[in-house]
Every structure is written in structure tokens, then in C-alpha cells.
Design a protein around this ligand. Structure first.
Ligand code: ATP
Length: 234
């Protein structure tokens, strides 16, 4: 579904992505793990069109979208839930979700997708009239994912969905991610919680300072001594 070839990204003199290549097949959960500053967020932002690469190619179902606008990419089925609960804090939960569908005009289908989001996140249904900024951190994270789902993506890019959450919420978020995937959405998941990410991922890539240094199935990487030492606490 998604193929990245030899992608280079710079911020001024900083060479943030150094020729990375990766693929995500339809129906998969693929995770990108790595330390702070490895380039995970930059990879997602380049896929969603928010950051322009210096060179390299991004293909969506074989079509070159390297120079396609971020808005068009949303319409083509790519949607990103940003890191750090970036919801519109002064708007209600429902208004945030409706904004996720702002490029769509198929009202009946939008209403169906709203029900799907409420099915995955019942708390958002209970709180639909609440001002988003007053939600708990975990609830805001759910809202950010729900909003990304409202564009009905074929591939959902999730940036650190577990960040800053209490352990109980972390488990819940990962369960929901698995459910969303089972219901038919392909997922590219960036995580610092390598242990949880590898458990739910079909495949994984490990990034270090702008390069992909290792890849394999989730279970292969969980068994790798290097990964255990570097990311799994032993
Ligand atoms: P984290 O988990 O800490 O968010 P990350 O793996 O997502 O890390 P990125 O945010 O992609 O890492 O950053 C990769 C590199 O690019 C870092 O060295 C970072 O300082 C640099 N970088 C990212 N965004 C910018 C920017 N807007 N301007 C300058 N440098 C940037």
C-alpha cells in the first residue's frame, strides 16, 4: 500500500532522514521504533506531506505522491494523528471529530464513521459536547485518533499514541489500535513503547539517527538481543 524509497529529509544543515526505505502492506500494523530524535516523527510528517523531502520517492498503491499536497493525500486515504494530543482545545469533542471529515461531503457516510469512532471510543460519545481542552490526556489522545479516523483513511499514521498515558490507558489504546486495524485500516505506528508496539505489529523497523538499522516481524525483533538491550530494558 505504501512504499518509501531512499528518502532524504533535511532541516537546514541537519540531515534528519538519511535515505530510508520502508513498505507497509495492506492490512498490516507496521511499527517504527527508535530513540528520541531518530527521525520517526519526521518520517510520518513526510509521508503525510507536511514536510518536503530533499530526495526520494513515496508511493501510495504504486502511485507517486512525493509531490502531492498534504490535503490531496488526505483525500487519497492517508491520515495522521499527531503526537502530543493536538486537538482543537476550545472546540467540543464533536466539533473536533467533524473537522476530521472536513474534506468529505458524503454526509450519510460521515455519520456512519462517527458511530464507528464512538464504537471504538465510547467515552467520546459520552463527552461529545465537552470542550476538548478539558478532557484528560488519555481522552484527548483518543480524540486525536478518532479525528484522524473521520477522514476514513486507508492508512492511519499514529505518532506516539501511548505518550504520557497511565499504564491502564496505554493497554486500552493498544487494544483499540488493534481493533481499528482488524476493522480494515492499515496502520503505521510510531512508538517509544517498543515492547507494546512490537507485540501488536506484524512488522517493525528500527530507526537510529536518521537511518533504518533493523527490520523484521514484531516477534523476530522482540527476540533480538540487540533490541532487548536497547529498547526492551534487558
Ligand atoms: P522523538 O521521539 O523525540 O519525537 P523522533 O524520532 O520523532 O524523536 P524527529 O522529531 O523526527 O525524531 O527528529 C529527527 C531529527 O530532526 C532530530 O535531530 C530533530 O532535532 C530534527 N528536527 C525535527 N524537526 C525539526 C525542525 N522543525 N527544525 C529543525 N530540526 C528538526
Amino acid at each position: 500500500m505504501l512504499e518509501i524509497k531512499d528518502l532524504n529529509v533535511h532541516f537546514g544543515v541537519i540531515h534528519a532522514l538519511k535515505g530510508i526505505s520502508l513498505t507497509v502492506n495492506e492490512g498490516e500494523i507496521v511499527t517504527l521504533i527508535g530513540a528520541n530524535g531518530a527521525g520517526k516523527t519526521t518520517t510520518l510528517r513526510t509521508i503525510s506531506g507536511l514536510k518536503k523531502p530533499t530526495s526520494g520517492t513515496i508511493l501510495l498503491e504504486g502511485k507517486d505522491i512525493t509531490h502531492t499536497s498534504a490535503q490531496e493525500r488526505v483525500m487519497m486515504g492517508i491520515s495522521q494523528a499527531p503526537e502530543g494530543r493536538r486537538v482543537f482545545s476550545e472546540m467540543t469533542v464533536l466539533e473536533n471529530l467533524e473537522l476530521g471529515a472536513y474534506l468529505r461531503s458524503d454526509k450519510k457516510e460521515i455519520a456512519k464513521d462517527l458511530e464507528t469512532v464512538y464504537h471504538h471510543f465510547p467515552i467520546l460519545a459520552d463527552r461529545k459536547k465537552q470542550i476538548a481542552g478539558t478532557l484528560s490526556g488519555g481522552e484527548q489522545q483518543m480524540l486525536a485518533i478518532g479525528r484522524a479516523m473521520m477522514s476514513r483513511p486507508r492508512i492511519l499514521l499514529l505518532d506516539e499514541p501511548s505518550m504520557g498515558l497511565a499504564p491502564l490507558f496505554v493497554q486500552e489504546i493498544f487494544n483499540i489500535i488493534r481493533d481499528i486495524n482488524k476493522a480494515g485500516t492499515t496502520i503505521l505506528l510510531v512508538e517509544q513503547n517498543a515492547s507494546m508496539a512490537l507485540q501488536i505489529a506484524n512488522r517493525a523497523y528500527v530507526m537510529e539517527t536518521g537511518s533504518i538499522v533493523l527490520s523484521g516481524t514484531g516477534s523476530e525483533l522482540m527476540e533480538s538481543d540487540d533490541i532487548k538491550k536497547a529498547y526492551l530494558g534487558g
